[in-house]
Design a protein around this ligand. Structure first.
Ligand code: B12
Ligand code: SF4
Ligand code: SF4
Length: 351
């Protein structure tokens, strides 16, 4: 019988595990004053760059109980994505002719996967408990997901600002805001200690101090969110990273204990071992077809080509690369063209 908060919680946990969520924790729909202050400072310093959605809904972001009125508990879940069978991340990163795509984006788009599983979780609760009020979120709305996960003890916030547990950080976060009277879980202790490997490893020094990422310097922002020119100062540091960046997670000692990712995030289109020139040769139609259901489709063909151009500029001199860049330049948009010109100058520069 689900007539006590504890029995209801156990039933939710069991249903969540059956859906692939490795852990759930329950918190209040309240953001601490300290976290609110840090968000405000981050925004005031312009660290969100051109992500206008961050300041636009800043107030709502800090008041989860207003986002879905009637919410008394937030069920935070995590779904692992580490593709255990993919080609080794560090090997791919170290090969300048290969393309490095963030581990989270090698397979299916997590937004759809998590939302649909959270809906299934809500349906199961309805079947077992009866109708209740809820709303599901993942990355899509003004929700401070890491702060909510942190205070419910789903993980602690690492110095790289991601949610981290003893089984690492290679997981997505999602939430069900509910009116269910569930017991509240306590936060867990941070286990970052004196470590600061993530800060040292960041290729663009985007982690400007522990617990602070200046998005404008972050390769994830520059290759995915930013729609203009990639500033010259960061182009070399991008290396062969054409979509997102994982360096701060690759070096994290806790990721040695990572749970294997859900099979739905296994690589498609051989993206874990792709070559820059192969991807650069794709037409727009190929890009759209191959990335059906992938998060990469969201950046569009123009940013895809822009990112690849920079990576090709960083690759060792090769006549085939010069020929591919020159060929594309003839039909490229103004944005891509300036990056191709930069890449050609790099290719032709004396070593
Ligand atoms: C905007 C955004 C980005 C931006 C900005 C990142 C950032 N750190 O803010 C960019 C585009 C750069 C980005 C990149 C990535 N992102 Co992102 N991103 C988001 C998003 C939409 C909002 C994050 C946010 O609120 N930022 C605002 C700043 C102020 O928040 P914050 O850095 O956490 O700030 C806190 C700390 O500064 C802390 N703090 C400050 N000082 C101190 C001091 C102490 C002692 C402590 C304890 C805390 C502390 O307080 C602040 C408030 O809580 C979330 C989804 C969501 N809705 O929450 C996903 C999210 C954080 N991203 C995610 C992912 C996977 C990534 C990437 C790994 C993708 C990739 N491989 O390329 C990278 C990682 C880069 C990094 N190191 O952060 C996942 C992370 C999952 C996890 N395990 O935590 C999320 C949760 C999406 C999801 N639903 O799964 N992202
Ligand atoms: S994702 Fe890459 S660029 Fe961004 S903070 Fe981490 S290491 Fe730095
Ligand atoms: S690399 Fe070290 S400091 Fe950074 S999140 Fe991992 S444990 Fe914390």
């Amino acid at each position: 019988m689900l007539n006590t908060p504890n029995s209801l919680r156990s039933a939710i946990e069991k249903a969540a595990h059956a859906l692939g969520f490795v852990e759930i924790r329950v918190g209040k729909p309240v953001i601490s004053d300290a976290a609110k202050k840090r968000l405000q400072e981050w925004l005031q310093q312009g660290m969100h760059g051109t992500m206008d959605y961050m300041p636009r809904h800043a107030t709502l972001r800090q008041q989860p109980n207003e986002l879905h009125p009637g919410t008394i508990t937030v069920i935070s879940v995590r779904l692992p994505y580490w593709p255990a069978d993919a080609k080794d991340a560090e090997e791919q990163l170290a090969n300048p002719e290969a393309a490095y795509v963030s581990r989270y984006a090698l397979g299916r788009d997590y937004h759809k996967v998590i939302r649909s599983r959270l809906q299934k979780l809500a349906d199961t609760i309805t079947d077992q408990y009866g109708p209740f009020e809820y709303r599901a979120f993942t990355d899509s709305a003004p929700v401070m997901e890491v702060a909510l996960a942190d205070q419910a003890g789903l993980g602690w916030e690492g110095k790289h600002t991601l949610s981290l547990s003893r089984t690492g950080s290679w997981h997505f976060l999602g939430e069900l805001f509910t009116n269910l009277p569930l017991p509240i879980d306590p936060p867990i202790e941070s286990h970052c200690g004196d470590c600061q490997r993530c800060l040292d490893a960041c290729p663009t020094q985007a982690i400007t101090q522990p617990y602070q990422v200046d998005a404008r310097r972050c390769i994830s922002y520059l290759t995915i969110e930013h729609d203009g020119e990639i500033p010259l100062e960061f182009r070399k540091a991008l290396g062969n990273r054409i979509y997102g960046c994982d360096d701060c997670q690759i070096v994290c000692p806790w990721n040695r204990f990572a749970s294997p990712g859900d099979p739905v995030f296994a690589p498609r289109n051989d993206l874990d071992q792709a070559k820059l020139l192969t991807l650069f040769a794709w037409t727009e139609e190929e890009f759209l077809n191959r990335f059906e259901g992938s998060p990469i489709r969201r950046i569009g063909y123009e940013r895809w080509q822009r990112n690849l151009s920079v990576a090709l500029g960083n690759a060792p001199h090769h006549p085939e690369i010069i020929s591919a860049l020159t060929h594309k330049k003839a039909h490229a948009s103004a944005l891509v063209k300036t990056h191709i010109e930069w890449a050609l100058a790099q290719q032709n520069a004396p070593v």
